[in-house]
Design a protein around this ligand. Structure first.
Ligand code: FAD
Length: 554
């Protein structure tokens, strides 16, 4: 649709941008050794060409089509094949594998682009009156199966794309609140705020291709959540079109009016209605922002230091530490160091070896600071003291600058690996500090067991990514080589092993990727059967005929 940006139908990001390994000399040997595939050969498993896809005819009767066109305008209702394909899935590895093979399944029949809360409300009512299915669409970046149409759905499926609703509507400067339309993509939203000196501070890795409405509907978390909060903290009020009514929550700093309605909408994945705009906390763009790199001698020490930093008077913007596996991966994806930096790196490694560090256990950490110059300086000093006390060292700004530059590029790596025979995905959890390290050990063991069970070489790595008073988020990335048939089934064995271990070891099934269909098997274990019943009751009450994104969450 003109004026609305979508990702490639078969992968991450925009056409023409992809991952390259040629400038990273250690990458190919690393992947060969750890995952068992040769990435130097040309893509052996590229996606089908679009013309090869067998896109079924849309099931849309003339009455509903003309009703929708009457509500939003003829040019904003489309049954174009590319449009329908783009709106079929999110970007989980399962989604990518299916779409690249042309396994579209039941897909949206029509896509509509409303332009206001009023239009959305009328579309919701029209779809429910026609007993069709409505699926809200933001950026299509979810990785929990939150968009897919249930197999066997016989009703007409309407994808409601919020892409035209992308404006910053108002800033309450005295309160630090902004009213923004739900279809705004991260960069567009941030650009509009920054032009006026404000920021939302919410930067998920998927920032470039996800929307405010999608963040709220999946309970997203950005890499700067230690300072700005998760989207659940940032979102203070909202408007949501529901069947026959419009929910309006005024922006409030806090409230004690019964169970939180705001919290009911957060994470609702389109099952309660379509979020059309939201009031969010915004802050003044900081005077200074610095991300520094640190090394720890091992992961347990890094976790303990991060815990202490979070309890200290320092209030970092971001605090993350990679395990030794992810550190080795990061070093392998670095560009070839040249000139003086080559000698600095060599010298540093020699120094650490002399100090008695086992370089195989080295763990890379990034800690970021933001605020006035004096506050940033104070925080850096406090953190340096804690890091040093734990035997770690400050590496300086270089790795932090690189991390900041590369942070939105990593998603392109998945398509590159899929082309060459490896499926890579992520699973994230949060657990109390006391359970974090045992959970980590158990998950690594469970994944290794699953690789052995399916007889495929695989690799799993982890970093701590978000810190809280009582615990933290652990973010696992894994890759499995896939030869022959049954790749999704094999991937499922690994994914199941990891998710089950999260619950068994005292973590949640997902820290920031929502439930969708991929995580729903563990919901009752996560929130207890009584909790699952409460969620089910809420969804059934709001949408008795399951017209709104059916099959997700419960
Ligand atoms: P979509 O994928 O379009 O939709 C997600 C769900 O929300 C669907 O159920 C949809 O129906 C519903 N929905 C969308 N808009 C609305 C609306 N306006 N009203 C009601 N329901 C709506 N997530 C993080 O939190 N942090 C990360 O760092 C992060 N990194 C990622 C990296 C990669 C490579 C990928 C592929 C994903 C990542 N994600 C991350 C997951 C994803 O980006 C988030 O789930 C994001 O919040 C989805 O937003 P979206 O706009 O793309 O929503």
């Amino acid at each position: 649709m003109k004026g609305v940006q979508h990702m490639k139908w078969w992968g991450w990001g925009l056409d023409g941008i992809s991952f390259h390994h040629e400038d990273k000399p250690k990458f190919a040997p690393f992947v060969r050794e750890r995952v068992g595939i040769d990435v130097t050969t040309p893509a052996a498993r590229p996606p089908l060409r679009f013309e090869e896809l067998d896109v079924p005819e849309p099931r849309l009767d003339d009455d509903l089509r003309s009703t929708l066109a009457g509500l939003v305008g003829e040019e904003y209702v489309t049954t174009d094949a590319m449009e329908r394909v783009v709106h079929t899935f999110g970007k989980s590895v399962r989604d990518l594998i299916r779409i690249r093979r042309g396994e579209l399944g039941r897909m949206p029949d029509v896509v509509v682009y409303p332009d206001s809360t009023d239009e959305v409300a009328r579309v919701v009512d029209a779809v429910v009156a026609a007993d069709a299915v409505l699926i809200p669409f933001g950026g299509g970046s979810n990785i929990a199966g939150s968009l897919e149409v249930p197999r066997g759905e016989t009703r007409t499926v309407v994808s409601v794309d919020l892409g035209r609703m992308n404006k910053l509507l108002e800033i309450d400067e005295e309160s630090g609140l902004a009213l923004i339309q739900a279809g705004a993509l991260g960069p567009h939203l941030e650009e509009q705020l920054q032009q006026r000196g404000w920021t939302i501070g919410h930067f998920p890795d998927s920032f470039s291709h996800s929307t405010l409405g999608g963040w709220i509907a999946t309970r997203s978390s950005g890499m700067q959540s230690d300072r700005y909060g998760d989207i659940a903290d940032i979102t203070r009020g909202l408007t949501m079109a529901m069947p026959g009514k419009v929910l309006t929550l005024r922006p409030l700093p806090s409230s004690s009016t019964g169970p939180s309605v705001r919290e009911m909408v957060l994470g609702s994945e389109g099952r309660l209605g379509v979020i059309t705009e939201a009031w969010v906390n915004v802050k003044r763009v900081a005077e200074e922002r610095v991300v520094l790199g640190y090394f720890f001698p091992d992961f347990a020490t890094g976790l303990e230091a991060l815990r202490e930093i979070h309890k200290s008077d320092a209030t970092p913007l971001v605090g993350r530490v990679s395990d030794e596996r992810e550190t080795q991966f990061s070093l392998a994806t670095s560009k070839k160091s040249k000139g003086i930096s080559k000698y600095v790196t060599k010298g540093l490694m020699a120094y650490l070896t002399r100090k008695g560090w086992d370089l195989q256990k080295l763990c890379l950490s990034f800690i970021g600071f933001e605020g006035s110059r004096s506050h940033v300086a104070l925080q850096q000093r406090l953190v340096r003291e804690i890091v040093t006390r734990h035997g770690g060292i400050v590496v300086g700004k270089g790795p932090g600058v690189l991390y900041d530059q590369k942070k939105f590029d990593t998603p392109y790596l998945r398509d590159f690996l899929l082309d060459r025979g490896a499926a890579a995905d992520v699973s994230d959890t949060a657990a109390p500090w006391s359970k974090l390290k045992p959970l980590y050990d158990n998950v690594i063991a469970a994944a290794e067991g699953a690789f052995a069970e399916i007889g495929c070489q695989g690799y799993i790595m982890c970093h701590l990514s978000h810190n809280y008073h009582s615990g933290a988020c652990l973010y696992f990335t894994f890759a499995v080589a896939h030869e022959g048939p049954g790749v999704i089934e094999k991937y499922d064995v690994v994914k199941r092993a990891i998710q089950s271990e999260f619950i068994r070891s005292g973590g949640t099934l997902s820290h920031h990727h929502g439930v969708g269909v991929e995580h729903s098997p563990w919901l009752a274990e996560d929130v207890s059967p009584a909790g699952q019943e409460l969620i089910g009751g809420l969804l059934d009450f709001a949408d008795p005929k399951h017209n709104l994104n059916p099959g997700k969450i419960v």
